[in-house]
Ligand binder design. Structure first.
Ligand SMILES: O=C[C@H](O)[C@H](O)[C@H](O)COP(=O)(O)O
Length: 228
C-alpha cells in the first residue's frame, strides 16, 4: 500500500467515530482530506447531520463544497470531537504538527474539543520527537531578530519557503520558521520556553492533547487509545 492509501484507511476508520448531531473539529492536511471526503459522502448519501469547525481555509472550503455544515469556531460550544493529522507521534502520545502550516488554528480547535483523535500513517510513529522539523508560526514583525535569537539558542531555525521560493504564509498571514533539532529530549521544557518568546504565535508541539490515534498500516488501520 502507498502512504496515501494508508492515510486514507486511517481516515475512513476514524470517520466511524462521527455520529449524528455531533460537533466536529476538522483538521488540516492530506490525511484529513480523506476524512472530509468520507464525511461529505455520508452527509450526502446517509443524511449524516453534523456541525463542524475547521482548522484552515483549505479544509473549510473542501467541507463546505461537500455540503458539510461549517461554522466559525467562536460560534460553537466545546466541540465533541476533533480529528486531525500529525507529523510525528511518540509512544506517550506527544506530537508535532504544523507541516501544513495550520498549527495555530489546529491547537486552538484541539484545546476546545472534548476528545482529540489523530489519523496518521505508520511512518508518523517515532520513538523520539524531533526528526521532523518543529514548526513555529511567527509574526513577520521582527522575524529576523527572532531567528537570530533562536540561532543563538542552538535551535537551528529556518524560514519556510514554498517550492516556488516564496515565503510560506499561514491563514493569518504570518510566517513559518522550522526548527531543525533532530531530536527533542525534553518536549515540555522546550514547549514552555517557546511559549514565552515574543514573536512566536504558536509552536507545533502538541503535548498532552490527543486521546486516541488511528494508524494506517499495511495490515489494516489500528486504533490506539491513550490511558491517562
Ligand atoms: O499544519 C498541518 C497539520 O498539522 C497536518 O495535520 C500535519 O502536517 C499532517 O499532515 P498530513 O496529513 O498531510 O501528513
Amino acid at each position: 500500500m502507498t502512504q496515501s492509501e494508508l492515510k486514507q484507511t486511517a481516515a475512513i476508520k476514524a470517520a466511524d467515530a462521527v455520529h449524528n448531531d455531533m460537533t466536529i473539529g476538522l483538521g488540516t492536511g492530506s490525511t484529513v482530506y480523506y476524512l472530509v471526503e468520507e464525511l461529505g459522502r455520508r452527509v450526502q448519501e446517509d443524511k449524516l447531520q453534523i456541525d463542524c469547525a475547521s482548522t484552515s481555509k483549505r479544509t473549510f472550503e473542501q467541507a463546505q463544497q461537500l455540503g458539510i455544515r461549517m461554522h466559525p469556531l467562536s460560534e460553537m460550544q466545546t466541540l465533541d470531537l476533533t480529528i486531525d493529522g500529525a507529523d510525528e507521534i511518540d509512544a506517550h502520545f506527544q506530537g508535532i504538527k504544523g507541516g501544513g502550516a495550520a498549527l495555530t488554528y489546529e491547537k486552538i480547535v484541539a484545546l476546545n474539543s472534548k476528545h482529540n483523535l489523530w489519523i496518521v500513517d505508520q511512518t508518523k510513529l517515532v520513538s523520539q520527537l524531533g526528526a521532523f522539523p518543529l514548526p513555529l508560526e511567527v509574526n513577520p514583525f521582527g522575524c529576523q531578530q527572532l531567528i537570530d535569537r533562536l540561532t543563538q539558542e542552538g535551535l537551528h531555525p529556518k524560514l519556510r519557503y514554498t517550492q516556488q521560493k516564496k515565503l510560506v504564509k499561514t491563514d493569518m498571514n504570518n510566517y513559518i520558521v522550522d526548527l531543525h533539532l533532530e531530536q527533542i529530549k525534553h518536549p515540555h521544557l522546550l514547549a514552555d520556553w517557546l511559549d514565552h518568546q515574543s514573536g512566536i504565535i504558536e509552536h507545533g508541539l502538541f503535548l498532552d492533547l490527543v486521546n486516541e490515534v488511528v494508524v494506517g498500516q499495511a495490515s489494516g488501520p489500528k486504533v490506539i487509545a491513550e490511558i491517562r
